[in-house]
Design a protein around this ligand. Structure first.
Ligand code: RFL
Ligand code: PHB
Length: 384
């Protein structure tokens, strides 16, 4: 078999890349290890930056997102017995976030790719990178020759590992994880609440008018079965019901998962014909809601660079791919680390705790600090 761009992984990065390239008439094959059902039901991110929304709309993928997603013009930081709203409409006029589940984005992308006749293969669990001199993949006893391999296979994929000898890795781990909770209950507030309490960090988010999404800071070795439904609600209430008059509504919990917290960057994002994109190249802790948005930003740059390669033969954009993406990646690394250290409870001394509180107060009181948070949260403009 032969194709121009062989894409490993049908997450947001691989699927959007396939969609953008096929729209330019560039032949692709997507190979995904898991089933379509698995990819469409994996609950992860929920916050789309303005630029992500614009990118999806431009690519013709906006219909359901614009109808069913919820546009939010602010978030709340809750600490010290009070809530402080970061008002996007005032601080970064014209920019907002859209709350629309990652699995809905994935469903829309799979449907659009299949409608366009893209060669999308699920349940392919033995993909191997055959070589980079004459780039090809092998799977299921077949050989797929290609011009480029797009490694869109997430943090635990094979692509980054295949070129590990060529990469510099920058990494940070955190002494806690997030317990993710999905519940059939209406959100208790219209916007996201990032709550920094004495008991640890907690996040109130949502998926729809009748489904809420919560996260609790927990010890890193936590397993979902360690937490009963009652214990989850008690802890969510204790961390959120810290301002007068706020009551957290409860309901049946439908899913509990644990997400590790990590910061990670592999450089460069290109080794010859192998191009890494999304979580395959970098990970951020979810506190800044940046992971999915970075994956989309990478793929925008990559689709344009590959388009230029095939259209005019110029490799200027491809040669700049890694450096272009890494500028945004490192900004998001800093923002995600900053939000994480600002809001979580660390085993630190009293001095560090006072610093953390002072910093939170400063964000709540200073327009300059609040604007810095807001412009990063809604997403800085793309370079292009
Ligand atoms: P993905 O989504 O991991 O997709 C990779 C795909 O590759 C497949 N794969 C393979 N296929 C073939 N052969 C192999 N050997 C393969 N190995 C792996 C996998 O099965 C999978 O289908 O990576 P991608 O496309 O780069 O997308 C990245 C995003 O998924 C990720 O950054 C976000 O989910 C991160 N994230 C958030 N990002 C946001 O922008 N906003 C948020 O609000 C947000 N919240 C979150 C998050 C991630 C979380 N978890 C679970 C880590 C909240 C959580 C709890
Ligand atoms: C989510 O709704 O899943 C979500 C929202 C904000 C974050 C992380 C996750 O920072």
């Amino acid at each position: 078999m032969k194709t121009r761009v062989a894409i490993i992984g049908a997450g947001p990065a691989g699927l959007l890349l396939a969609h953008l390239l096929s729209a330019k008439g560039i032949d692709v094959v997507v190979l995904e290890r898991r089933s379509r059902e698995h990819c469409e039901s994996r609950v992860r991110a929920g916050v789309l930056e303005q630029g992500t929304v614009d990118t999806l709309v431009e690519a013709g993928l906006g219909e359901r997102m614009l109808a069913e997603g919820h546009v939010h013009h602010g978030i709340e930081l809750r600490f010290g017995g009070a809530g402080h709203r970061i008002a996007f409409e005032d601080l970064v006029p014209g920019r907002a976030i859209t709350v629309y589940g990652q699995q809905e984005v994935v469903k829309d992308l799979i449907a659009a790719n299949l409608a366009a006749g893209v060669d999308l293969r699920f349940d392919v669990d033995d993909v191997a990178i055959g070589g980079l001199d004459r780039p090809h993949l092998t799977f299921g006893g077949q050989r797929l020759d290609c011009d480029f391999i797009a490694g869109c296979d997430g943090f635990h994929g094979i692509s980054r590992a295949a070129v590990a000898a060529h990469l510099d890795v920058f990494e940070k781990t955190y002494p806690f994880a997030w317990l993710g909770v999905l519940a059939d209950v209406a959100p208790s507030a219209p916007e996201l609440i990032y709550a920094a309490s004495e008991r640890g960090f907690s996040l109130h988010s949502m998926r729809s008018d009748s489904v809420s999404r919560f996260y609790l800071q927990v010890p890193p070795d936590t397993r979902p079965e360690d937490w009963s439904e009652d214990a989850i609600w008690a802890e969510l209430k204790a961390r959120h019901e810290t301002v007068p008059g706020f009551t957290l509504a409860t309901g049946p919990i439908t899913q509990v998962d644990v997400a590790a917290m990590r910061s990670f960057v592999a450089e460069p994002m290109r080794v010859g014909p192998l191009l890494l994109a999304g979580d395959a190249a970098h990970i951020v802790p979810p506190t800044g809601a940046k992971g999915l948005n970075l994956a989309v930003a990478d793929v925008r740059v990559l689709a344009r660079a590959l388009g230029e390669h095939y259209r005019s033969g110029s490799d200027e954009l491809l040669d700049a791919y890694s450096a272009t993406c890494l500028r945004r990646v490192w900004r998001a690394q800093h923002f995600s680390w900053w939000m994480t250290t600002l809001l979580h409870r660390f085993e630190s001394d009293d001095y560090d705790r006072r610093l953390q509180r002072s910093h939170l107060d400063y964000v709540a009181r200073s327009r300059a600090q609040a604007t810095a948070l807001a412009e990063n949260y809604v997403g800085l403009p793309y370079d292009d």
